[in-house]
Ligand binder design. Structure first.
Ligand code: C2E
Ligand code: CA
Ligand code: CA
Length: 754
């Protein structure tokens, strides 16, 4: 026990030795007194031997005292293994010494003297065992030697007749030893748990200190007259004044100084005499808007006590998230969500207007020949041109890629809309300047009039798309008004819709796999299954296009079930040790038998539930959050992991993270792309990562394409990455090859700067 060389064992050894040493004066005194009593009994027949014995006993006792004396002033914090051996030797010496009266003098003493010697030796045996119990080796040596001596003495005295007493003596010795060892085990456990508690206390202290250092809150207290008392330095800091200067002000005066107009609000709350929570205060300080929350309640002393919290960082982060949720981060235009909301609102009001569906012509060629940064610059320039063509109150949105849409909110009919569309087309006849280059771009537009060209959002968007398709077919660079003869739906969409019905049965689907890599050790931990479809006529169609159609037409259920089964099968057969992620659409989740479907896929493949992770987006919470939660809970009970996908787009809210115990948070590429250029995005990602980590989630950064992005997400605390930098999604065979040649030491690093 505690033979290890580590610091903790050394400390525990010192503690145990200390326990025994503390009893030393009493124990040594008992030895001397008992030794003297032995003298009174045995001197008449063995005085010479007694003198020698007593001499040795006094020496051993003296050594014991010396040890106590030396350690009395400075309790050593650590003790070596040698110190334990020394204590054991000392105990053994005492045990051996006390067996001398039993072996030498007990057999030859008169019966009355024998009784007294037996009592004395028995007393020394139990007292010694008890006192030495913290040191199991010492107590074993002491009890072992003394009990053996006693047994020998009994045998010498009574020959074969002594056997029952010898056995009894052995039993007593055994019990003493057992008691001592049990005591020592308990002491040990206690010491270990005391140490754990101390460690925890230290961690809590560190966390608290950290909290206080970063704390954005300060306590305040007023006396019965309503004047501030005990103003802390922290309060002073928040108020932008030395703490001493606050003393004597009323709470309202203090707030008014920092937040003009806030004093009256506070005064009104205090006047009610009732506790209040989170009174919001907003004000400008040094060109920044700050947000505070003030809470307070009457104190026992007749004054008030409360807390003021600076929630500015949180408010800003939430505003930024909301901004990202509703606006396209590249162009600053509204995004799809905002457009849908505005359109829905407009349709509900029944006022006239128009929806323009817009595509940049030949954008793909620009993208392919000039690369990403040119393509981003072009999109920004295009957004600016579109904005110039509309009036305040109209909504210009980027829906993704080179797809834009404009909602003209006040357009009485085609005669008002067509000129706007033509102006847009005309704007784009001029090439766009991107850096040094001038890039020619064109515009195709499809127009749906409101309310006659559609009753709901999907109808209107679909019809505007049909008109757009017509524009493109007709040679691009033009605007087309929707007309019912276009209404059989575009050929492509119809082909997709039709094709999806048969695709599973015809085996046109396959899964590609994209690795997920742990930043700590650069190990491959998982793979995301991404669906690929080879249409017999259209060729390869991307999931971003066909998943929406599958959702709208209901084929997603069948397709989703196939994906789950196939992903589980591949995971169980060719991806040993990896967690597989499967994307699940919100609609799929809402189907009654979803959980059963997952269970079947697991059973069929034999894949352990813990190796399956389903990826969901926040859209699951939109219609019926409680229902979705219930399905997720059942899912988690199966042992399947659940990831929140695309976090930072769409409907992002940190609240979802707290509401459901996701296992993984996937930070969307939209954030990752902005990280290297925007400080505020870094702050948001760091905050999200911290929150998710504290809630026990793994944080995965998606779409990492560059080394600098990799380094940043690692620094901000993400645990894993996924993206083209590691690998594009690959077929099963190619994935196997990647994994076979995987080198955990080959994490890409930015070239050193010279
Ligand atoms: P997602 O779940 O966000 O999947 C990641 C997408 O980002 C994939 O596109 C992937 O190829 C792409 N990607 C990965 N790394 C990078 C990178 O470094 N840079 C860039 N720019 N992109 C990267 P993919 O395969 O086209 O899938 C698009 C979306 O389609 C997926 O987005 C997912 O929402 C959906 N999807 C794919 N397969 C399925 C499926 O089996 N079921 C359902 N319901 N949805 C699926
Ligand atoms: Ca995903
Ligand atoms: Ca994603």
């Amino acid at each position: 026990m505690h033979d290890a060389d580590d610091a903790e064992s050394a400390e525990i050894r010192a503690h145990l030795i200390g326990e025994v040493v503390r009893l030393t004066p009493a124990l040594m005194a008992a030895n001397l007194v008992s030794g003297t009593v032995v003298g009174a009994l045995v001197v008449p027949f063995a005085w010479q031997a007694y003198l020698v014995w007593m001499g040795v006993l006094c020496t051993v006792v003296g050594l014991g005292w010396r040890a106590w004396w030396l350690s009395r002033r400075r309790q050593p914090r650590t003790a070596s293994r040698r110190a334990i051996a020394r204590s054991t030797r000392h105990a053994a010496a005492l045990g051996a010494l006390w067996s001398v009266p039993a072996v030498l003098w007990f057999p030859v003493a008169a019966p009355g003297v024998q009784t007294m010697l037996a009592t004395l030796v028995a007393g020394m045996l139990s007292a010694g065992a008890f006192a030495l119990s913290p040191l199991p080796r010492a107590s074993t040596a002491y009890v072992g030697l003394l009990a053996s001596g006693s047994m020998l003495g009994l045998m010498f005295a009574y020959g074969p007749a002594s056997v029952p007493f010898v056995l009894l003596c052995a039993a007593y010795g055994g019990i003493c030893l057992l008691g001592a060892l049990t005591g020592s085990r308990k002491t040990n456990a206690l010491l270990r748990s005391e140490r754990d508690a101390e460690r925890q206390r230290q961690i809590v202290t560190v966390l608290l200190r950290d909290f206080e250092e970063q704390a954005s809150e300060a306590l305040w207290e007023t006396d019965a007259e309503g004047r501030l008392c005990h103003a802390s330095a922290r309060l002073g800091e928040l108020m932008g004044a030395p703490a001493a200067g606050l003393q004597g002000l009323t709470l309202a005066e203090m707030i008014e100084r920092r937040c003009p107009g806030g004093g009256a609000l506070v005064q009104a709350r205090l006047a009610t005499g009732l506790p209040f929570r989170d009174l919001a205060l907003q004000f400008l300080a040094e060109d920044r808007t700050l947000w505070w929350q003030l809470s307070g309640k009457p104190s026992d002393a007749g004054g008030w006590r409360g807390v003021v919290i600076d929630v500015s960082a949180k408010v800003l982060a939430e505003q930024r998230l909301r901004q990202l949720a509703h606006f396209d981060s590249l162009t600053g235009l509204a995004n799809r969500v905002t457009l849908h909301e505005a359109l829905r609102h407009h349709l509900a009001e029944g006022t006239r207007g128009a929806l323009l569906s817009i595509d940049l012509d030949h954008f793909k060629t620009v993208n392919d020949t000039l690369g990403h940064s040119a393509d981003d610059a072009l999109l920004v320039a295009a957004a600016e041109r579109l904005r110039r063509c509309v009036r305040p109150g109209d909504v210009v949105a980027r829906l993704g890629g080179d797809e834009f849409a404009v909602l003209l909110c006040a357009a009485p009919g085609p005669e008002a809309v067509l000129p706007v569309a033509e102006r847009m087309v005309a704007e784009f006849t001029q090439p766009c300047a991107v850096g040094e280059r001038k890039i020619p771009v064109g515009l195709s537009i499809g127009i749906a009039l409101l309310p006659e060209h559609g009753r709901d959002v999907d109808d209107v968007l679909g019809n505007a798309d049909l008109a757009l398709y017509e524009s493109k077919e007709g040679g691009r660079g033009r605007a087309t008004l929707y007309a019912p003869h276009l209404g059989e739906r575009s050929r492509r969409r119809a082909a997709i819709e039709q094709g999806l019905r048969e695709a599973v049965a015809r085996g046109e689907f396959m899964l590609h796999w994209q690795p997920r890599v742990d930043l700590d050790g650069w190990r491959m931990t998982g793979a995301e299954a991404l669906l690929r479809w080879q249409h017999p006529v259209l060729g390869r169609v991307g999931p971003a296009e066909f998943i929406t159609v599958a959702e709208q037409t209901g084929t997603i259920a069948e397709i989703g079930a196939w994906v789950l089964r196939e992903a589980c099968r591949v995971a169980a057969t060719t991806l040993p040790g990896l967690t597989v992620s499967v994307n699940v659409s919100a609609l799929q989740l809402r189907q009654g038998d979803f959980v059963a479907g997952v269970r079947d896929a697991l059973d069929l493949s034999g894949l352990p539930a813990a190796r399956l992770e389903i990826e969901l987006t926040e859209s699951i919470f939109i219609d019926d959050a409680n229902d979705a939660m219930a399905v997720l809970r059942r899912q988690q009970q199966l042992g399947v992991r659940i990831a929140l996908d695309d976090f930072g787009t769409g409907y992002s809210s940190l609240a979802y993270l707290r509401r459901f115990p996701f296992d993984t948070l996937k930070i969307d590429r939209a954030f990752v792309r902005e990280l290297t250029s925007r400080q505020d995005t870094q702050a948001i990602v760091a905050a999200m990562t911290q929150l998710a980590t504290s809630l026990g989630m793994r944080v995965v950064a998606e779409g990492v394409e560059r080394v600098d992005e990799l380094d940043l997400v690692a620094r901000l605390g993400c645990h894993e990455v996924q993206g083209y930098l590691v690998s594009v999604p690959r077929t099963e065979t190619e994935f196997g090859r990647l994994r076979g040649g995987w080198d955990a030491g080959a994490r890409p690093h930015a070239p050193a700067l010279h």
